[in-house]
Design a protein around this ligand. Structure first.
Ligand SMILES: Cc1ncc(COP(=O)(O)O)c(C=O)c1O
Length: 469
């Protein structure tokens, strides 16, 4: 049954079924060459007139892509998308890593649709809230309670608030080497883009370095009994050195702080139960989001009963206003998540993501060697979460070379701000992508040798979080 549904949804490449049964079907990815983006271009001024930045998420903005890039997406199926001009691309990263199974993935869409027909929101909780809570807690080791929300930022912010209430302390220690935890002031205040955030709020967030236990210890020493929580990703692109995560946990417990793992990216990717399961270090609280509902808006705060219960009714301490939102338990997002979890279990999705990433990494590394790009172009991160690093002729990190590489991939029908795979990236998609990478690398090599200006069309991309436009 599922295979039949996957056949419907996977319209190009191979059917992404982790059971091992794959059925090749025709690949219709657009061939290399300049693409017509004229309809998209015509819409861009209107988008910028109506929406600050022209998009509702910074990471999707025009400044994040080359000038010749699809500006608006009309639809997606599996790992393929079609832009407003009708150009087709193999997409990586998909929905800022939220779409882990595939675009318009039939079983998930069906589950959500069925639930929508029963009603999206009621005055009292829907039974499915309990069903999903049970299902989530089965996959998150050591968590006793869970609460749902719509965005990752909501749940990391809720974790911080809960930790502050639980400890009676104000300061928050975050890992300064990891890029993002929340859209809320306690985190954005710590970035370059902190306009509009009071200095008093900015001062309450401290930073430590990843894989450097002494930098965390120093913070605890400098601010004794003031740090409420330590918030970090168990792993981003750099793996933890031996025992580091356990040392962090022990230090938190010795100094009376709550350890929070942000599993927005690692959850449903490193392991269904997140990087905490992968590394066998259980935090006191953890936050999940992207990946849970295959693109539907859902996030979760999970953790120890002793802390989580402060958001409940069975205690006599001061109550914590914990994630009480109108849309937090919208029923079809919960149904989509239940179905996503079921598919993960049934089809070993995590193993598939690692395998496909590994396959792509092998092919890209081959191209790096063939084009003498060692030291200039590098894939980093785990196979399930590959990103690329681009460097110029002096081996300095380069946004211009990142733009050139993306530009050349786009010409060849690949839309890749990263190489983060999904369950829909079949072998044919990986092979096609590797071919595009290899051709893009030839241009990259020439740009290193002859100067990038000769090859880059338009301005380079810019970092998302920056002080000025
Ligand atoms: C590690 C991490 N935490 C939290 C967030 C915030 O999630 P959301 O955008 O759903 O609010 C993100 C978003 O990119 C993230 O990457």
């Amino acid at each position: 049954m599922l295979e039949k549904l996957l056949l419907l949804q996977s319209c190009e490449g191979e059917i992404a079924v982790a059971s091992g049964k794959r059925k090749p079907i025709s690949l219709t990815v657009a061939t290399a060459g300049p693409k017509d983006f004229s309809k998209s271009r015509a819409l861009q001024p209107k988008a910028h007139r109506l929406i600050p930045g022209g998009a509702h998420t910074f990471a999707k903005g025009d400044d994040q892509y080359p000038e010749h890039a699809p500006a608006f997406i009309s639809r997606g199926k599996g790992c393929h998308v079609w832009d407003f001009d009708g150009n087709e691309f193999i997409e990586f990263g998909m929905g800022l890593r939220a779409v882990t199974l595939g675009h318009a993935f039939e079983p998930v869409v069906e589950a959500a649709y069925k639930q929508m027909q029963l009603g999206a929101n009621f005055n009292r909780p829907a039974k499915i809230e309990v069903d999903l809570a049970e299902s989530m807690l089965e996959v998150i080791d050591g968590a006793d309670m869970v609460k749902f929300a719509k965005n990752g930022s909501d749940v990391t912010t809720a974790a911080v608030k809960l930790a502050r209430a639980y400890t009676g302390r104000d300061l928050v220690a975050i890992c300064g080497d990891q890029p993002f935890f929340s859209t809320d002031d306690w985190f954005i205040g710590s970035t370059e883009m902190n306009a509009g955030i009071p200095q008093a709020v900015i001062n309450m967030t401290l930073k430590f370095r990843y894989n450097d236990i002494e930098s965390l210890r120093e913070l605890f020493d400098r601010y004794p009994k003031q740090i409420a929580c330590v918030l970090m990703e168990a792993e981003a692109v750099t793996p933890p050195i031996a025992d580091y995560l356990m040392q962090v946990k022990k230090l938190c417990e010795a100094r009376g702080a709550v350890l929070i793992f942000d599993e927005m990216i690692t959850g449903f990717r490193w392991h269904l139960g997140g990087a905490q399961k992968y590394h066998a270090v259980i935090p006191h609280l953890s936050t999940f989001g992207k990946g849970m509902g295959n693109g539907f808006a859902i996030a979760a705060l999970a953790g120890k009963r002793e802390i989580m219960r402060l958001g409940g009714l069975d205690h006599d301490q001061k109550r914590v206003f914990l994630l009480s939102t109108t849309h937090g338990a919208e029923t079809h997002a919960l149904a989509a998540t239940l179905e996503t979890i079921r598919i993960y279990h049934e089809h070993s999705v995590v193993a598939f993501l690692w395998r496909q990433g590994e396959q792509l990494r092998g092919l890209v590394n081959q191209s790096i060697a063939e084009n003498r790009l060692e030291g200039f172009f590098q894939l980093i991160g785990r196979p399930c979460n590959l990103v690329f690093e681009t460097r110029d002729q002096d081996q300095n990190r380069s946004q211009a070379f990142r733009t050139l590489f993306m530009q050349e991939l786009i010409r060849r029908g690949v839309l890749a701000p990263s190489f983060v795979v999904s369950f829909s990236h079949g072998d044919a998609d990986i092979k096609r992508t590797a071919e595009a990478v290899s051709e893009a690398h030839i241009v990259y090599r020439k740009a290193l040798d002859e100067g990038i200006d000769k090859y880059l069309e338009g301005r380079p991309v810019k970092p998302v979080n920056r002080e000025f436009s």
